[in-house]
Write a protein of this length. Structure first.
Length: 181
């Protein structure tokens, strides 16, 4: 965040602009427009005379093409020019093309990453691992297949098993499936 903030301030200086307000939604996905500071920013530009909306990269603003178009429309309606510190977007036809391509790439990257994470978790579960950290009453453990490949799973924690979800003993994790079909 500090590096992005500094780059945005340098871009504002290049444009001869003054930063009057900053909007950030840490920990919120740019795949959604349902972000408190994004909504605050859209309301701000509608109510105040603002020349530029400076972002570090288009993917910091939106990672969904529909959300990007919605934001761009709201900015345009308010007479605000979207400026990226990292991409050559502007009001020209080629700048609009670059913006559209970068927004589409951001959406692709976000969706592809989600698919890859899902694929990895599915594979991890199929080979006997667990998809997340052990809940209370279990321990994270590393095991090895007969072939020597390491996998991570959970075991019952003898010291905390009675604390798990109000049960006397947690249910043991499923046994590791065999490699045979």
């Amino acid at each position: 965040m500090p590096a992005q903030r500094e780059a945005n301030r340098r871009k504002a200086d290049e444009l001869g602009a003054t930063v009057v307000e900053e909007f950030t939604d840490p920990g919120k996905s740019a795949r959604s427009a349902d972000r408190p500071d994004l909504q605050r920013m859209l309301a701000y530009v509608k109510a105040h005379q603002v020349t530029y909306c400076i972002v570090h990269k288009v993917d910091r603003l939106a990672r969904d093409r529909f959300v990007d178009v919605t934001i761009q429309h709201a900015l345009t309606q308010a007479g605000v020019i979207l400026v990226s510190c990292s991409e050559s977007i502007d009001e020209t036809p080629s700048g609009a093309l670059v913006h559209g391509v970068m927004a589409t790439i951001a959406e692709y990257h976000s969706r592809n990453l989600a698919a890859e994470v899902t694929k990895g978790l599915t594979q991890k579960i199929a080979t006997g691992g667990t998809p997340s950290k052990a809940p209370l009453g279990y321990l994270n453990v590393r095991r090895h297949t007969p072939e020597g490949r390491e996998y991570r799973t959970v075991d019952i924690d003898p010291d905390r098993a009675t604390w798990s979800a109000g049960r006397l003993r947690p249910t043991p994790p499923a046994t590791r499936p065999s490699n045979e079909c």
